[in-house]
Design a protein around this ligand. Structure first.
Ligand code: G3I
Length: 380
């Protein structure tokens, strides 16, 4: 019997066709794979309460429209989350329609929603390769530092004192095997300011809001695959470089975009990486957690179990590190997830990737996250 057939049967899937996970390697199903896991949860506490009981912040990203126009969702969001991250409203594209114009409409409304619902607020993101306005291409090496510093100063000062943390720089490395020895990926600010753009950004953010936790945010560190192994090394080298220059970076944000079909998950390697980051005196946030089911079987029971298992397996490792102070999912409901566009399924079935379904009911993923918080060591 093939591995995938045995795995399928063990998941109680009956005749479900084995996952056609093209390009995704499977490791032998190990004795430790408790595939009959029942994901049982004690009590009815919300995710944010379970996290807070261990000194961990739990929350999520959301776009403006769902919170403004979907009251059922907005109510659930406030009940579930302890922190809000505007998913897109604080990026250059939405904020800077023109060199001489800012549009804070959405971001201000979301800051007010957070305050009214007693949620913390975190900013995403001050510097990124993507979601930039076209006019940014006109910035030259001569004007770049002024443009970057003015943007960060204006935006960060506007929410100073209200922002728990900022993703100051996002994906400087980003899992892209760069031609550079330091792994920094090509992006507009690297072209105009070289590596200094990172230090300039953090120093401008620190000057504008000394109270916000300043985060370097990146992805592609989760699995025991060549690009992720290289990315972990490059991120560590970058953080060591920044600390050596006394750049005010205070935390690493690990996005945590997982793939339930990817089984080359090496808990020891990930755990060591977290220890190495913490040894630099940095806090750690899981900043964009979700689990794509793009390469999983169509069967809903199977998908929900495999997605839940990926959440619990990952969180059990990361929450073992005391420096991990927060977990933020990239959405709370399948009704609103970027994965519906970017990681849609070939069979056209709606994705099932977040703690709540598209009808806002709890799924096994919710149980898995709850169980991980319940099992996590309490922070000092
Ligand atoms: O708001 C406009 C709307 O007015 C317009 O009609 C529509 C069609 O063009 O586009 C809308 O903007 C879209 C925006 O999401 C809001 O939905 C942008 O086109 C689209 O590019 C944008 O995608 C976001 C993506 O980042 C790029 O900024 C995703 O929602 C967001 O989930 C994703 O998040 C990123 C993190 O910021 C960084 N880490 C990776 C993560 C996933 O890519």
């Amino acid at each position: 019997m093939t591995l995938s057939r045995r795995r399928t049967l063990q998941l109680g899937l009956g005749a479900v066709a084995a996952a056609g996970c093209s390009g995704v390697e499977r490791r032998p199903v190990q004795a430790s794979d408790n595939l009959q896991q029942n994901f049982s949860v004690n009590g009815q506490m919300q995710l944010k309460q379970r996290a807070a009981a261990k000194g961990i912040i739990y929350g999520s990203a959301s776009n403006y429209s769902p919170l403004k126009q979907d009251p059922q969702f907005a109510k659930l969001f406030a009940e579930t989350c302890g922190i809000l991250v505007p998913e897109n409203s604080l990026k250059w594209g939405p904020l800077r329609p023109a060199p001489d114009r800012f549009d804070f409409t959405e971001a201000d409304w979301m800051a007010q929603y957070a305050q009214q619902n007693k949620l913390l607020l975190r900013g995403h993101t001050l510097v990124w390769k993507h979601s930039n306005p076209d006019w940014l291409e006109s910035v030259t090496s001569r004007t770049a530092e002024k443009v970057l510093t003015e943007h960060i100063t204006t935006v960060v000062k506007r929410y100073a004192g209200r922002m728990h943390s900022w993703d100051v720089v996002n994906e400087a490395i980003g899992g892209i095997p760069s031609w550079r020895s330091d792994g920094l990926q090509t992006m507009p600010w690297l072209t105009t300011l070289d590596k200094d753009y990172i230090e300039i950004a953090f120093r401008a953010a620190a000057a504008a809001d000394p109270r916000a936790l300043l985060v370097y945010n990146d992805n592609s560190v989760e699995y025991d695959i060549p690009v992720h192994n290289r990315t972990r090394s490059a991120i560590l080298e970058l953080l060591q470089y920044l600390k050596s220059r006394k750049v005010p970076v205070q935390a690493l944000g690990i996005q945590g975009h997982l793939d339930a079909a990817e089984t080359r998950f090496n808990a020891n390697k990930l755990r060591q990486f977290l220890k190495d980051v913490a040894s630099l005196g940095l806090k750690i946030l899981i900043t964009e957690l979700d689990v794509t089911d793009q390469n999983l079987p169509a069967d809903q029971t199977a998908r929900d179990r495999m997605v839940a298992r990926a959440y619990e397996e990952y969180l059990s490792v990361v929450l073992d590190e005391p420096a991990v102070i927060g977990v933020i999912t990239w959405g709370i409901s399948d009704r609103y997830t970027w994965l519906n566009q970017s990681n849609s399924r070939k069979d056209g079935l709606p994705v099932r990737v977040l703690p709540y379904s598209d009808t806002l009911t709890r799924k096994l993923a919710w149980n898995a996250i709850a169980r991980a918080f319940d099992a996590a060591p309490k922070r000092g």
